[in-house]
Design a protein around this ligand. Structure first.
Ligand SMILES: Cc1cc2nc3c(=O)[nH]c(=O)nc-3n(C[C@H](O)[C@H](O)[C@H](O)COP(=O)(O)OP(=O)(O)OC[C@H]3O[C@@H](n4cnc5c(N)ncnc54)[C@H](O)[C@@H]3O)c2cc1C
Length: 264
C-alpha cells in the first residue's frame, strides 16, 4: 500500500521528529511505500494568495475559490500544489502528523490544506440536486482512501476528557477529521494522540512507540469513525440538517457520528 505522511514540525530532533521516523520505518518494514511531505523541510508556502493563480486576469480582483478552480481545471496551478495533489491521488492512506498548537494544526499544515485542496479537487465536486449536495462528506475525490491523525499535546489526557477544560479531544479534532478529511471523501480512523508530552522519558517513549506501531500495523483493519454520509438519507437536502428521526434530541459534533452516545 502507498502511504503519504504529511508532517509539520520545525525541529527534526523533536518528539514529533522521532515519531515520524519511527512511523516511516514501521510502515516500510511492513512492505508499504511511504512518501513524506515534511512541510518545514520543504519550506512549504503556507499562505494561499494571488501567486497561486499565476494565469489569472490581472484586471480582475483575486477570488480565492474561483481562481483556484480556474488554475486547477486549466492546469496552471503552481508546481508545489500539483505535486501534493498527485501524492494524494497516489496514496491509499494519508497520515497528518503535528503538535497541537492553539487547539489545532500548525499554520504551515493549515496552509497545505488551503492550497492543495483546490476547487474541483477537494471541494466543488459532484452534482447538486434535490437528492445530492455535491460529492462530499463520505464521497469525493479522496473516497476509498484512509486517513489518520498523529497528534501530540502539552495538555493531559484529562484536560481533553469529556468534561475537561480544553474540551473533548473528539470535538477539538472534529473540524480536521470531519471537515478536512471526511469532507473530500477519506475514511477517517480514530486519531493517535500523545498527551502531556513534557512528561516523556525513555520508558514512556518506548510505550508510545509500541502503541503507535500497533495502530500502524492495523491501518487497513481499523474501523473508521462512523461519520454519517451526507447523501445517504440521514440529512435533509438542501437544508443539510439531520432528519428529525436521526439521533433525536442530539446536537453538536457527536450527532454526526452514527452510534455515538446513547440515542444514535
Ligand atoms: C505555539 C504553541 C501552541 C501550543 N498550543 C497547545 C494547545 O493548544 N494545546 C496543548 O495541549 N498544547 C499546546 N502546545 C504544546 C505542544 O502541543 C507540545 O509542545 C507538543 O505537542 C510537543 O511535541 P514536540 O514534538 O514539540 O515535543 P518536544 O518538545 O520535542 O519533546 C517533548 C518531550 O519529549 C522528549 N523526547 C523527545 N524526543 C524523544 C525521544 N526520542 N525519546 C524520548 N523522549 C523524547 C523531550 O525530551 C521532551 O521532554 C503548544 C505549543 C506551542 C509551541
Amino acid at each position: 500500500m502507498n502511504v503519504l505522511l504529511v508532517y509539520a514540525h520545525p525541529e527534526p530532533r523533536s518528539l514529533n521528529g522521532s515519531l515520524k521516523n519511527f512511523t516511516v520505518e514501521r510502515l516500510e518494514r511492513a512492505g508499504h511505500t511511504v512518501q513524506v511531505s515534511d512541510l518545514y523541510a520543504m519550506n512549504w508556502k503556507a499562505t494561499l494568495d494571488a501567486d497561486d493563480a499565476p494565469a489569472r486576469d490581472l484586471a480582475e480582483p483575486f477570488r480565492p475559490s474561483t481562481d483556484s478552480r480556474h488554475a486547477f481545471e486549466g492546469g496552471t496551478q503552481p508546481a508545489d500544489i500539483a505535486a501534493e495533489q498527485e501524492k494524494l491521488r497516489w496514496a491509499d492512506a494519508v497520515i497528518l502528523q503535528f503538535p497541537l498548537w492553539w487547539f489545532t494544526m500548525p499554520a504551515i499544515l493549515k496552509g497545505w490544506v488551503e492550497r492543495v485542496y483546490a476547487y474541483g479537487f477537494a471541494y466543488g465536486v459532484g452534482e447538486h440536486s434535490d437528492r445530492r449536495w455535491g460529492s462530499r462528506y463520505g464521497e469525493g475525490t479522496l473516497a476509498g482512501k484512509r486517513a489518520m491523525l498523529i497528534v501530540t499535546t502539552g495538555g493531559w489526557e484529562s484536560h481533553y476528557g469529556p468534561r475537561g477544560i480544553n474540551g473533548p479531544i473528539d470535538d477539538i479534532l472534529f473540524p480536521i477529521q470531519h471537515g478536512v478529511l471526511y469532507y473530500p471523501g477519506f475514511d477517517v480512523l480514530p486519531p493517535f494522540v500523545v498527551y502531556r508530552t513534557s512528561r516523556m522519558d525513555d520508558a514512556r517513549f518506548a510505550q508510545t512507540r509500541e502503541a503507535l506501531g500497533e495502530r500502524l500495523d492495523r491501518l487497513w483493519e481499523t474501523a473508521p469513525i462512523a461519520f454519517r454520509q451526507q447523501n445517504a438519507g440521514a440529512y435533509e437536502i438542501p437544508a443539510l440538517t439531520l432528519r428529525d428521526e436521526i439521533a433525536p434530541g442530539r446536537t453538536g459534533f457527536a450527532a454526526h457520528v452514527d452510534g455515538a452516545g446513547a440515542a444514535s
